[in-house]
Design a protein around this ligand. Structure first.
Ligand code: GLP
Length: 256
């Protein structure tokens, strides 16, 4: 893993956007994996400012969706992705996919989504946030490290964390459809962005802790091409911080 510590969230967004831009300019960004949550927002804002045709032309796959929200609900991830990603990046809405959280189709939603990703040729660059539980997508602690897209039950902590987006905490859905950890690991390159002190413990566990289903993001240690971009506040629990800064200061030119 390459760990990049930036002074603030705007710089984190710019750095992650540099990676996406580099891949796009290399012609290696046919499919981008996109995440909801506040941490990746600076990346989308940076990409919006750059208005890159090669990014606009990409196909996009979201990580996850709540189960059972009415179509068009403003906090469904389909709506959030449309607002924060499709519009900002200028993507073609017909080429942006989100898992289907409708109750009727749940038994097949995971397999259908896996087929769509495979038919698109897989994800070239996957952007990730991280939850305070250490989740990526909605893969909560004890998720199989080899899991594929499926229905998951949200932890109470995640429901509390996400309650700010709903009128009442009881309105937060209990279930979701999320890409599995195995699905996420299939992406050719992964960029995880974490902002703020609330994420410090999860970031340290993911980067420096053991690979364990108790911190699902730790499975990223098994992926050959991951960049973890954090602001100062999210980096405070990293024990090897000085080393990461050293690596960054002396990184070769070919490495974004
Ligand atoms: C949600 C999403 C995750 C995201 C996490 C953190 O639960 N399913 O993909 O990483 O929230 O969100 P935030 O960055 O807003 O803290």
């Amino acid at each position: 893993m390459q760990v990049v510590i930036t002074t603030d969230q705007r710089a984190a967004g710019e750095y992650a956007a540099d990676i996406v831009q580099r891949r796009a300019e290399e012609g290696a960004l046919r499919v981008i994996g996109v995440a909801t949550g506040s941490s990746p927002l600076p990346v989308y804002e940076a990409l919006e400012r750059r208005a890159l045709p090669a990014v606009r032309a990409a196909r996009a796959f979201a990580l996850d969706e709540y189960v059972g929200l009415p179509p068009g609900h403003p906090e469904s991830y389909r709506s959030v992705i449309a607002r924060e990603v499709t519009d900002r990046l200028g993507l073609d809405p017909a080429r942006v996919e989100v898992p289907d959280g409708a109750v009727e189709g749940l038994r097949t939603a995971g397999a259908r989504y896996e087929e769509l990703i495979a038919a698109a040729g897989g994800v070239d660059v996957q952007i990730l946030g991280i939850g305070t539980t250490g989740h990526i997508g909605f893969n909560e602690p004890t998720s199989s490290l080899a899991s594929r897209t499926r229905v998951k039950t949200l932890t109470e902590q995640t429901r509390r964390d996400n309650a700010r987006f709903f009128d009442s905490p009881d309105d937060v859905p209990r279930h979701c459809v999320t890409q599995g950890l195995g699905t996420i690991l299939d992406a050719r390159e992964i960029v995880l962005v974490a902002i703020g002190s609330r994420k410090a413990a999860a970031v340290a566990a993911a980067v420096e802790g053991p690979v364990t289903a108790m911190c699902p993001a730790s499975v990223l240690q098994m992926h050959p091409h991951v960049t973890v971009v954090v602001d100062d506040a999210a980096a405070v629990d990293l024990r090897l911080r000085a080393y990461y800064d050293e690596v960054f200061a002396h990184r070769p030119d070919w490495q974004v």
